[in-house]
Ligand binder design. Structure first.
Ligand code: MLT
Length: 273
């Protein structure tokens, strides 16, 4: 079981898949999930090159140090994982909270990213109400009846009426196994994150933006606004040296589970352009 220790001695579990050819792809899962999120796309992607899939700190098989789990700390962990593997540059795709982490990587270590993908994610900070909700969750999750909370999380991840039992099981297991401390620490970490629209707008490389037509976290309107940030900014036209891709999938907030074939195609056109 491959693991490594970060600079603050946290043991991180990761999978290292595929052939060692071309620039690797690093996939960062969202909240409150772990590397199993990518189970339906890992093998099809790894048929095309090297794919690195960590369990971020406090999730899955990784160690559980006390938080807050800031996006910057997650970004540092991801960079240290690349260092550990001797990878100088990777395409980095982040799902939802993983996208917030990928943006922190792009801000703090731009030279390490060959491409940036926001997968059902966005570059905005929380508004006041959102931040308040995060702190409330952090304060109550340890004593909360988890069953309804878990069910609500599952509903939020998929499109209304999603009814694939195997897909629901993958997501449901990850949610059920997420520890209250991890949920609290990530909630505070997300509340603390700054707006990174400028990072997204100016990223000097190919970007991919994937969202779902029935995504309750990244709405259609928000997707359009994020597209415009990248497409219309004059400075962006000058600094971007490759194409951007925009993919609207039919489902909700978890295309890699809901429509893995279309999701894989979207990643491949960006990663293997
Ligand atoms: C996620 O899926 O990672 C979270 O919904 C992100 C968030 O709460 O902003």
């Amino acid at each position: 079981m491959p693991t490594f220790r970060t600079s603050d001695q946290t043991e991180i579990f990761y999978r290292d898949l595929g052939e060692r050819q071309g620039t690797p792809l690093l996939l960062i899962h969202g909240f409150p999930l772990d590397g199993r999120l990518w189970d339906r796309v890992a093998a099809p992607l790894a048929a095309h090159g090297r794919v690195i899939i960590p369990d971020m700190r406090s999730y899955g098989r990784s160690a559980r140090p006390a938080g807050p789990h800031t996006m910057e700390r997650g970004a540092q962990d991801a960079i240290e994982l690349l260092d550990h593997l001797g990878i100088t540059k990777a395409f980095v795709g982040g799902h939802s909270m993983g996208g917030y982490t990928a943006l922190a990587m792009a801000e703090n270590h731009p030279a390490r990213l060959a491409g940036l993908a926001l997968l059902h994610s966005h570059p905005y900070a929380d508004d006041e109400a959102g931040r308040k909700g995060r702190y409330e969750l952090a304060a109550t999750i340890r004593t909360l009846d988890r069953k309804p909370w878990n069910a609500a999380m599952l509903t939020k991840l998929t499109e209304p009426g999603y009814n694939d039992p195997a897909g629901k099981r993958i997501l449901g297991d990850m949610i059920a196994e997420a520890q209250p401390g991890a949920i609290a620490d990530s909630a505070v970490g997300m509340a603390l994150r700054p707006d990174r629209t400028a990072v997204w707008r100016a990223f000097n490389g190919p970007t991919l933006f994937v969202y779902g037509a029935h995504d309750m976290t990244v709405s259609e309107a928000r997707g359009e606004a994020i597209r415009r940030l990248r497409d219309m900014h004059p400075l962006n036209r000058l600094v971007t040296d490759a194409h951007d891709w925009w993919v609207r999938l039919p489902g909700g907030h978890a295309g890699m589970i809901e429509s893995p074939a279309a999701f894989t195609r979207a990643l491949l056109q960006w990663w293997k352009a």
